[in-house]
Design a protein around this ligand. Sequence first.
Ligand SMILES: NC(=O)C1=CN([C@@H]2O[C@H](COP(=O)(O)OP(=O)(O)OC[C@H]3O[C@@H](n4cnc5c(N)ncnc54)[C@H](OP(=O)(O)O)[C@@H]3O)[C@@H](O)[C@H]2O)C=CC1
Ligand SMILES: C[C@H]1O[C@H](OP(=O)(O)OP(=O)(O)OC[C@H]2O[C@@H](n3cnc4c(=O)[nH]c(N)nc43)[C@H](O)[C@@H]2O)[C@@H](O)[C@@H](O)C1=O
Length: 316
Amino acid sequence: MDLDSKIYVAGHRGLVGSAIVRKLKEKGYTNIIYRTSKELDLTDRTQVDQFFAEEKPEYVFMAAAKVGGIVANNEYPADFIRDNIMIQTNVIDASYQNNVKKLLFLGSTCIYPKYAPQPMNEDSLLTGELEPTNEPYAIAKIAGIKMCEAYNRQYGTNYISVMPTNLYGPNDNFDLETSHVLPALIRKFHEAKINSKHTVEVWGTGNPKREFLHSYDLADATVYLMNHYEENQFVNIGVGKDLPIKELAEKIKSVVGYEGEIVFNTDKPDGTPRKLVDVTKLSNTGWEASISLDEGLKSTYDWFLNNIENGTRVTK
Ligand SMILES: NC(=O)C1=CN([C@@H]2O[C@H](COP(=O)(O)OP(=O)(O)OC[C@H]3O[C@@H](n4cnc5c(N)ncnc54)[C@H](OP(=O)(O)O)[C@@H]3O)[C@@H](O)[C@H]2O)C=CC1
Ligand SMILES: C[C@H]1O[C@H](OP(=O)(O)OP(=O)(O)OC[C@H]2O[C@@H](n3cnc4c(=O)[nH]c(N)nc43)[C@H](O)[C@@H]2O)[C@@H](O)[C@@H](O)C1=O
């Protein structure tokens, strides 16, 4: 990408999209375009076609999607498969119709089989059954990967896909029903502390292990790969280290400074027991993460204190 290339970041207000815009600006890119979902509903093909025909972006970062944690995925499976298939199909095909030079599609590590050998490498795709709590979302993401590969093969496009591990950082979703574990626990411990509550509920047994990557590291990796990666096969993005949810909860409890007890609600699902990604392929490109989980938790809690009230964004 040249510094004046026209770059469309889809989903620029979200966790990932906002970090990508920040990174592009930091690196000196000057011609970045974006739209909110109100201005451009990516599930609507007519609106998408009109936008691409008018704007003619040269590069596309596909960070717009319907995203949610384990319970949201489990309760709204139809919304997750429908919206994601529509959004990605519209954007990928409109990119082809309008000669986009390169597109980066964001998948997720839930595309791997529930019991894939750990750490999970890229060759594990489609080798076993998926985790039921997020199967519809994972199938939409697998369709996105395969669509990029198929367009490259049939039409000679240059579309790459990345599979990030669980992410966190500024502009995350802090809604207690629909968010992922890390932002949910930051909010739960914080509210318990200020309201002097004696216990905090953590879903599941606390035994599943997860790997966490800061959104700024992810954004750095996506811009790096947009400039340096050309292979048809997707690439994992992670840190190569995971921890049990129980330990994550203890860390967040300590960062927030909460002194009560943790209670596990085993009526809530655990999901995949473990999904550590193999980052060998990524490391071979020369990229590695730089923000440690301890550092990232502290800065994300600071961001939360300055920007979130009652679970929603306020600008202080
Ligand atoms: N969060 C995570 O832990 C992980 C995320 N990913 C992937 O990263 C990508 C981004 O996720 P994340 O940033 O967390 O998600 P967010 O929910 O934070 O952001 C998603 C963005 O998508 C936009 N969007 C949703 N629906 C539409 C629509 N119909 N039309 C236009 N825009 C729409 C929203 O725009 P608006 O704000 O304007 O409504 C929003 O800004 C996704 O593909 C996700 O699968 C992968 C692995 C882990
Ligand atoms: C990124 C990824 O995100 C989802 O998969 P997940 O990793 O299972 O997501 P999660 O962050 O919601 O949960 C991780 C673990 O944490 C436990 N947990 C404890 N307490 C809370 C809690 O308060 N909220 C949440 N959400 N989880 C909690 C929870 O029970 C589970 O054991 C999918 O959408 C999937 O499609 C996807 O791609």
